[in-house]
Design a protein around this ligand. Sequence first.
Ligand code: PXG
Length: 290
Amino acid sequence: MVIYVDGRFVPKAEARVSVFDHGFLYGDGIFEGLRSYGGRVFKLAAHVERLYHSAKAILLQVPMVPASMEQAILETCRRNQLQDGYIRVVVSRGEGDLGLDPRKCPKPTVVIIAGGISLFPPELYSTGLKVITVPTRRNISEGVNPRIKSLNYLNNIMAKLEANLAGYSEVLMLNHEGYVVEGTADNVFLVDAKGNLITPPLHAGILEGITRNTIMELAGGMGMRVEEKLFTRYDVYVARECFLTGTAAEVIPVIEVDGRMVGDGRPGPVTRSLMEGYGRLAQREGTPIY
Ligand code: PXG
């Protein structure tokens, strides 16, 4: 495996960043996670655009234009002969001193890793996930806005730890007002009693997931009514179906929340057709690596 580090391709064992890098010292940086399917990078332009938006929000100047970033991602995939894989792009504030002043970091660090994926076990896609809600709330938008895909994932990791302590592997996170907003690395959808697809709006304090946008388009194309609106745990308990979406997880059914069975406790028909539709799209679309 070779890794892109600041414009050079280096073997995995030699890929290093400084212990003075503010990405390491303070989580001062941003990232993206992409997938490739059959030698094509899925939603490349959308991920690169979100990376630059995250950078802008934290006043970080990525040291290349977006078109060069796309090329660097594709070149990293080529050098690793990637077919079906997971790609991580990280841009940090760079090396500075031990104070947190970003002015001491003259050069951002750019790392691109093209490798394998660690997914939910395949059987969970047919049986569905059991999740809980936890005490840790999603960051408020007036703090580190959840729309920024920052290197600060402690908020989500705390929620994951609480789930793990209770014997679960995924959670539904609530925002500071108690609305259901996200998984730890996934967006959330419901199918309500009328058969409408519902997902929290961006102003609830969520990452604008690229899979989320794809699923909303796909569902619209299948003639479903899609609404972005706030919902509570109660709405999830009485929903017909619930699922999570994300680049790594794709579409994964949720069949139990806080001990309440969702629907009949099995992945529902809407979830299953969206899982299928997403899979087909991912195999068909994407920027060719080769
Ligand atoms: N919400 C949060 C908080 C996320 O971190 C998503 C939603 C889904 O977004 P996309 O654009 O992927 O549909 C994410 C995804 C991983 C991984 O390896 C994914 C994310 C973060 C860390 C790891 O699955 N972000």
